[in-house]
Design a protein around this ligand. Structure first.
Ligand SMILES: Cc1cc2nc3c(=O)[nH]c(=O)nc-3n(C[C@H](O)[C@H](O)[C@H](O)COP(=O)(O)O)c2cc1C
Length: 221
């Protein structure tokens, strides 16, 4: 078979795959939006890992509807599957649902909309004492591990049809005081969670192109 025919066949196949995948994504998007904005949400439609990753975006405004406990439980299970230096698992998660607790945490973030409107806040914390068993790099590891766990919560939220936002701008002392944290438990992020009252930003948040951030063998510019 002439090479041009092979090339044009493979272009045709790639194009078909792209179109098929775009059609599937559009179908899923439609089902997910119908589901997320329905008066009484039921089970979320199944979603591929690629769609979870591509649909993840910070959601900063939520409905009042409570987040079902089984969904929260699922997110904690995902979080604790995160990799961890020396498998010390230095993460701790504090779920805050009470209006008073949420209001005080909102205060500590300068009243950011996502924190003010979310029915649930998960404060991800790092236990630097537990991580200290890794040696001098312990406190660095504890931050990395807890950030990985936080990301699994953000990705799990997409799968569960929830909106989430990672909030890192807060007064750590105010948060530690409100949550009664001992000095070896350091807050890492406030993850706001709830059923979205807004659609993810369109167009999506711009990301740097791969050509700018991926290097081969050595860093280069
Ligand atoms: C370490 C860190 C701190 C962040 N702090 C905040 C914050 O305080 N408030 C907020 O609304 N978003 C916060 N974000 C979310 C970023 O603004 C967001 O990830 C970025 O704009 C890219 O958008 P995307 O996540 O929707 O792709 C934070 C994200 C990270 C990783």
């Amino acid at each position: 078979m002439p090479t041009t025919m092979v090339a044009s066949n493979s272009v045709g196949m790639t194009r078909r795959r792209v179109l098929q995948s775009a059609a599937l994504s559009a179908l899923w998007l439609e089902a997910a939006e119908r589901w997320a904005f329905a008066a009484e949400p039921t089970a979320p439609p199944p979603i591929s890992f690629a769609d979870v990753v591509h649909r993840r975006a910070m959601i900063r405004s939520y409905k009042n509807d409570p987040v079902p406990d089984d969904k929260l439980q699922r997110l904690f299970e995902y979080a604790t599957r995160a990799p961890s230096g020396g498998n010390l698992q230095p993460w701790e998660f504090i779920a805050v649902k009470s209006p008073d607790g949420r209001a005080k945490l909102a205060e500590a973030t300068g009243k950011q909309t996502s924190v003010v409107t979310a029915p649930v806040l998960i404060v991800t914390c790092a236990d630097i004492q537990r991580a200290g068993k890794s040696g001098a790099r312990g406190s660095f590891f504890s931050l990395v591990d807890t950030a990985f766990a936080s990301l699994l919560i953000l990705l799990g939220a997409v799968e569960q049809g929830l909106g989430a936002c990672f909030v890192g701008s807060y007064d750590p002392e105010a948060v530690a005081k409100q949550l009664g944290l001992p000095d070896y438990i350091r807050p890492v992020g406030l993850i706001t969670l709830g059923f979205p009252a807004e659609r993810p930003q369109k167009p999506k948040t711009a990301k740097l192109p791969l050509s700018k951030v991926v290097h081969q063998e050595k860093w280069s510019r």
